[in-house]
Design a protein around this ligand. Sequence first.
Ligand code: BTN
Length: 251
Amino acid sequence: MQAKYIYLPVIDSTNNELKRRAEEAVEEFTVISAGQQTGGRGRSGHVWKSPSHDSVSTSMILYPKASVEHVSRLTLIAAMAVAAMAEELYGLSAEIKWPNDVLVHKKKVCGILTEMIPKDGEVGYVIVGIGVNVHQTGFPEDIAAMATSLDLELDGRKASRQAVTESIWTNFLRLYKEFMLTEDLSGILEEYNARLVNVGQEVRILDPLGEYTAISQGIDATGALLVKTGSGEIKRVDSGEVSVRGIYGYV
Ligand code: BTN
């Protein structure tokens, strides 16, 4: 497994560009990174803004021989890879807010969009897209309290977009290799839980069927968050419909 890097100064979206190239059978582990995205996409149909050279916008294509329902676990692996990068390159202690927000000093530093394209009822290919805030010196008012960039956390040092990109994908492939042995997170569970915020603390589960408060216990090998309710029952919380908040706000 070896990443193959392609850099484009401007593109609509690195996920879109890999999808176009997938039509021509682009090699597995190809990475497309862009200086600027003019049509970056976020989760739930949101727009992801990366109009300047301040961020890393990078995507990798995979052809995993894995079941369709296991592919969402790759997003958790991508979050681990970003957290490992921040620590390895810059000594920042990065945490994960389940399932896939990477936090530095309790603020979000990256976004991840994993897309699976099915073929004949199986996984055709998967694109893992990662956007990291690198050189931004401030954020719009509505997200300023919960967003940060690597430079803002580095006290005058400047992060390198190339080093960030390479470290993320090197870590991702290390973790992906483990994942493909079992198609679950059993081999990397300890590393994930060690980075998880709020373990042993109260969290608010925003379940559309009814919100409740419980104590976070960490994730299991499927990537679900285990929580202990007031009655002592252990519940599995699956990502998707449900999100989790600390009881004092975003984290
Ligand atoms: C989120 O909503 O938090 C996910 C944002 C994902 C953004 C990245 S940037 C690289 C890749 N290309 C895209 O269009 N989106 C992802």
